[in-house]
Design a protein around this ligand. Structure first.
Ligand code: XMP
Length: 503
């Protein structure tokens, strides 16, 4: 496998994903754990990620020189590249920098550039640069602005650009060449092939007692439930809490799907409890807090119905495991925004079968497990549900409006085959009013905002350029099918500066 040393930001995970997409198993480690981890026989190479710091800054993240003494191939990217330069006696300086798409000229026939033209587009994002390469390092490529874009000595490489981002078209190829040709990684890793191993691991972990799985209809909890069920059969107990904030028909669909897979699901109708507590609450974080607390309460009650319960299975994904430091063995329930305020006294042991996977890999697992496309490609849906799509005081009337309007948005996009291509598509309602004419009467009605965004990871998002005809049909249907609505608007601000959800 390949180890990626995480120097901050999102870079390390992107690198890991790009390598895994190419069937090269990759793990992410913190800089202080790098040497220990890299000593393992299984580690064939180390990638040093980019990061927001400057190598000369006080307290800048660093790795021990012992890492280089191991003799394994190393690839430094951006910050990692500059760190290599500094460590081996080169000079790093602050310059004008390069941002965005940049041309590089490849000077040397190196194996990592096999498949590249003499000139290629890459993505740059740096102001520090390697002003003088260390002794013995050969410059392999330069950028159109004259900066060193790639250098190497033996099996130690540095690249200033970001091969891991999609804006560097040949970047994935470069990472693959490094892993396969320089580091000689031979094994082919595919998430689908891991199912058998995961199932036996769960069986091993869960010797006796029941395993509770909180299911939400999302892909992570659904796949978790299936894997646990494959491992321990009917000792897997799925619990679905209906907080009354789901989309139309969703609770029924979730329960029906799980039963069709032979997974017994305990449905808890807690709608009234959630809605009564939310009534009139305006503040977004307050809404989330109430939902989190109520969820914990209802979930605890549900669990008490299973006296044999010893384990709690969660669909925690790899980035969360790394970010929460849980990888070092901290066996605690993380304060996840879906289930904020989960009581600490929970004595159930955690089972996290998806802890080594990224989201796109979970989709591959889901497909391999035979889940229908509507689950495999389901859009992200926030834990607090439709409550975060209501601006201002929470009321049941507004809830009813967003629920109906969201359904229309999804239906109209679905008809055009546009749902799969967008990240999320939904409706929002607030307190703004617009005068409408219905027949010959003028009446104040609600304004519904439609939000449809495209995104890769929710960190940034762009509004979808939907055809006018689709927008028109959405507007016509919302105003005719939901009489309290007199105006439909379309949200056209990117993230940043906006966010995806209004709340
Ligand atoms: P924003 O609105 O911050 O959202 O751009 C980024 C992504 O996170 C989702 N989101 C949430 N998910 N609980 C969740 O489980 C929440 O409270 C929550 N708020 C936002 C949002 O749908 C988007 O995909």
């Amino acid at each position: 496998k390949v180890l990626v040393v995480n120097f901050g930001g999102q870079y390390a995970h992107l690198i890991a994903r790009r390598l895994r997409e190419r069937a090269i198993y990759t793990e992410v480690v913190a800089p202080e754990d790098a040497v220990e981890a890299a000593k393992s026989q299984e580690v064939k190479a180390v990638v040093l990620s980019g990061g927001p710091s400057s190598v000369y800054q006080e307290g800048a993240p660093d790795v021990s020189n012992d890492l280089f003494a191991l003799g394994k191939p190393i690839l430094g990217i951006c910050y990692g590249h500059q760190l290599i330069a500094k460590k081996f006696g080169g000079v790093v300086e602050r310059g004008k920098g390069e941002y965005g798409k940049t041309l590089v000229k490849v000077l040397e026939d190196d194996v990592i550039f096999r498949g590249w033209e003499r000139e290629e587009v890459v993505w740059m994002s740096h102001s520090d640069y390697v002003a003088k390469p260390p002794e013995g390092f050969k410059v392999l490529a330069v950028s159109e602005n004259g900066y060193i874009a790639a250098m190497k000595k033996g099996n130690i490489y540095g690249v200033q650009f970001h091969p891991e981002v999609s804006h560097t078209p040949k970047g994935g190829l470069l990472l693959e060449r490094f892993a396969r040709e320089v580091a000689r990684v031979e094994s082919m890793w595919r998430p689908e092939d891991q199912i058998g191993r995961i199932v036996s691991q769960i069986r091993e972990e869960v010797k006796d007692g029941d395993v509770i799985i909180g299911v939400s209809g999302g892909i992570d909890s659904t796949v978790t439930a299936i894997l646990v069920h494959m491992a321990v059969g009917d000792r897997a107990k799925a619990v679905f809490i209906d907080h009354g904030l789901f989309r139309e028909g969703e609770p029924e669909r979730v329960v029906a799907l799980l039963s069709s897979l032979g997974i017994k699901t305990h449905y808890v109708d807690a709608r009234e409890r959630f809605l009564a507590r939310l009534e009139g609450v305006s503040d977004c974080e307050e809404k989330r807090r109430i939902i989190g607390e109520t969820f914990a309460e209802v979930f605890a009650e549900a669990i008490s119905l299973f006296p044999q319960a010893k384990y709690l299975a969660q669909g925690t994904l790899y980035p969360d495991v790394i970010e929460s430091g849980a990888v070092k063995g901290a066996d605690k329930i993380k304060s996840h925004h879906n289930v904020g305020g989960m009581p600490k006294w929970f004595t159930l042991k955690l089972v996290e079968p998806l802890r080594e996977f990224y989201k796109d890999e979970v989709r591959r697992l889901a497909k391999a497990l035979g889940l229908p496309d509507e689950v495999v490609y389901r859009h992200p849906f926030p834990g607090p549900g439709l409550a975060v799509r209501i601006i201002g005081p929470f009321t049941r009337e507004k809830l009813d409006i967003v629920r109906k309007a969201s359904k229309i948005v999804e239906e109209e996009l679905g008809k055009e085959g546009l749902l799969r291509g967008v990240w999320q598509a939904f409706a929002v309602v607030g307190d703004d009013r617009w005068v409408g004419v219905k027949g010959d009467k003028r009446a104040l009605g609600y304004v519904v905002t439609v939000r449809v965004v495209e995104s890769e990871d929710a960190m940034t998002a762009d509004w979808s350029r939907l055809p006018y005809e689709v927008l028109e049909r959405i507007s016509a249907r919302i105003t005719s099918e939901i009489p309290q609505v007199t105006m439909v608007t379309y949200a056209i601000t990117t993230k940043p500066p906006s966010t995806i959800e209004p709340c």
